[in-house]
Ligand binder design. Sequence first.
Ligand SMILES: Cc1cc2nc3c(=O)[nH]c(=O)nc-3n(C[C@H](O)[C@H](O)[C@H](O)COP(=O)(O)OP(=O)(O)OC[C@H]3O[C@@H](n4cnc5c(N)ncnc54)[C@H](O)[C@@H]3O)c2cc1C
Length: 493
Amino acid sequence: MTDIAAPAETSVRVERCDVCIVGAGIAGVNALFVASRYLSRSQKIILVDRRERSGGMWVDTYAYVRLHQPHGLFTAGNIEWTLGRDRSYLATKDEVLAHFEHCLEVVGQRVQVDEYFGWALESHEESDGIVRLTCTSSDGRVMVVETTQLIKAGGFGVVPNEPLELSSERVASVSPDFCDMRGDEMRASDTPVWIVGGGKTAMDTAHTLITEYPGREVNLVAGSGTFFSDRDRLFPVGGRRWWGGTPATHIFTELGRRFDGTNETDVAHWLRTTYGTWLTPTTGNYLLGLLSGSENKTIADGLNELIMDHVVDAVDRDGETDLVFRSGSAKTIQPGSWIVNCTGYILRGDPPPPYEPYVSDSGAIISLQPRSATFHLTSYMGYFLTHLLFLDKLREVPLYELDALDLRKKSNAALPYVLGTLAVHNLSLVVDSIPSRALLDCGIDLDRWYPLPRRMIATTRFLLTHRRGRAHLRHTLDTVRTRFDVRCGPLGP
Ligand SMILES: Cc1cc2nc3c(=O)[nH]c(=O)nc-3n(C[C@H](O)[C@H](O)[C@H](O)COP(=O)(O)OP(=O)(O)OC[C@H]3O[C@@H](n4cnc5c(N)ncnc54)[C@H](O)[C@@H]3O)c2cc1C
């Protein structure tokens, strides 16, 4: 017998892998696809997500959400959809989620992928070339993952929207994420609906209500209004794919050429008139959303009332119920009205997550999120940064990073054009650094909508001209950094 206590037996499970990816949304599965191209069959990827399945924000976003781009262009790498629908078809939420599963199956045929759904990354540290992650499961277990490379694909951190907190006891305040507009409760009621918000969720909600319940009173409180890219112009159908529309690369290049870091009003005007569609008299917002001319018309024709203001409350007073707006005005509404919170999810950052560079000093950790954005969408970050990671070029290529959350607070108006400029600038650096095969396999490239000859023309034009425009793009981003005092530039040495 000894009185020295035996060391407590550790019950923490330790898993080892070559690459660990945290986040199984579109950014994470693109990183997964790319990693699988560089690893051999005997190597292992661990995929961790706190949600219970793959799909990221699509898992718990409202039931009637649909992809706003043609489905084939939302994928991981070059993985084809198996739906067998027309190429212009806009996939439903369930179809999107099924495609995520399919992507995991396809990648799983090339490399070993161990999935840990229901597990959250709590912290990580790096020493001696090993990154150690501490993860906890939804039922309280702890796991340590040891890896040589970590890809944190937390993306935009979208979480479901709660209903608006309103004082009135006579309205039904709901969120689309918890109340399906096509559900029994909404169907059984005939009271007016007030949609609060002017972006994609508001359009999906208005379109659903107007088409499901013809004659129902549907109203929109659209804030400062939003314009959308016109899907018909970006993705023309039938024979027009050969001669109509404009490839996205051309639009982005032109946007980068026009924007100088100060003239967002002019660029917004050009973009809206050339490629936009909208239904509100003013359009203070543009968040890269898509809408077709016919969807726009259905909504515009079906709305009972459109108010350009921001709801701050609904109050019961003097026997009436009023919607109260930020401007100070009010609108009496029918008791029992539905108030649907469609005020948006993206880049709310409240509280903002801590800043983290897109690549760590050692080059072993990459982080795909908006505080060090390198592209306008996280899917592109997942795809291209992972290529650079495996090519060991991530610290060498002088990508610019942008604190998109901070810029959103400082200038919502400039944000989309800064993001567009950032994307063209960084793409220009990336195409000089990755094999052409990697460009060809990038399934989220919107130019893939067009027949191969047109696509090749657009790509060749970009490849021949992009270096000439780079200095202007850099100058624009430098101007943005000074003008808004925002992180926007290359990583420090
Ligand atoms: C309503 C709505 C509709 C949209 N529609 C479209 C559309 O039609 N087309 C389009 O291209 N884009 C659309 N978007 C933009 C959309 O957010 C992106 O396209 C994309 O799906 C986001 O993917 P992501 O991988 O960046 O992030 P997410 O989908 O949010 O995935 C990130 C994942 O990381 C996990 N995670 C984060 N932190 C941790 C942690 N610490 N531990 C474990 N797991 C963690 C999260 O659980 C999550 O599953 C839409 C956005 C919204 C809000």
